[in-house]
Design a protein around this ligand. Structure first.
Ligand SMILES: Cc1ncc(CN)c(N)n1
Length: 225
């Protein structure tokens, strides 16, 4: 079994919980409360700023020009394609780009991005790729599953979100990272693979918690904000 398949199997119950989360299902059937989506968009925007930084760091850690170039493309796609979706939604919701960028990260979002950054700064390229893989791969899976719901891609508000994450372009990023992790894992001892598995499970859990945080609009208590 490939290492990526092993990771996927281990994280399956967590990914299943994310897919069944009322926030995700609400995007799919169009019933999600707009205020919850607004909260998510703003938090996700600042999360993506740190996520984009990880591609710059990956480019730094890469040992071939081909890999450097691919990470540079992912950095560009995050800043200029994925985050553009957020800017477009924000415009529809009356939120300016400045307000988006100035969003104060909620405790959970801050914990998640800080964890990814610290694992990636301290570790090698495979640590970094393991940490970010659930972000790219689980969103693609969610996008594809939601796209199977009749009318989800045509929904007047949430349709663009589903269309973006189920897209071939987004899937190519996930597929490339999956192939890379399998290459990088070749020949590593099992205790090392188990250590990496824990990183993958942690960021998978954080993915679940991000939906939960957004559904409950959880932020800092008002008196310490
Ligand atoms: C929290 C989170 N995780 C993953 C993705 C997909 N890049 C995202 N936009 N937001």
């Amino acid at each position: 079994m490939s290492f990526s398949q092993r990771l996927h199997d281990k994280a399956q119950p967590i990914w299943e919980a994310s897919h069944n989360h009322p926030f995700v299902q609400g995007i799919g059937d169009g019933s999600l409360n707009l205020e919850k989506f607004k909260f998510f968009m703003k938090q996700d925007y600042v999360y993506l700023i740190d996520y984009a930084r990880l591609f710059a760091l990956a480019s730094m850690k890469a040992t071939s020009l081909e890999h450097m170039s691919m990470f540079a493309k992912m950095l560009d796609a995050t800043l200029n394609v994925e985050m553009d979706l957020h800017r477009q939604y924000a415009a529809k919701l009356g939120i300016s780009n400045g307000e988006l960028e100035d969003t104060q990260p909620a405790p959970m979002a801050l914990a998640y991005s800080s964890y990814m950054l610290s694992v990636s700064e301290r570790g090698s390229l495979i640590d970094l790729v393991t940490a970010i893989l659930p972000c790219a791969w689980s969103y693609y899976e969610i996008g594809k599953k939601l796209a199977e719901i009749p009318g989800a891609m045509e929904h007047e508000f949430y349709g663009e979100w589903v269309t973006m994450y189920q897209s071939e372009e987004f899937g190519e990023i996930a597929d490339w990272l999956i192939k890379l992790i399998d290459q990088l894992a070749e020949g590593l001892p099992d205790n090392e693979l188990t250590r990496l598995e824990e990183i993958f499970l942690h960021t998978s859990r954080f993915e679940y918690m991000f939906w939960e945080m957004s559904y409950n609009e959880e932020t800092w208590p008002a008196h310490v904000r």
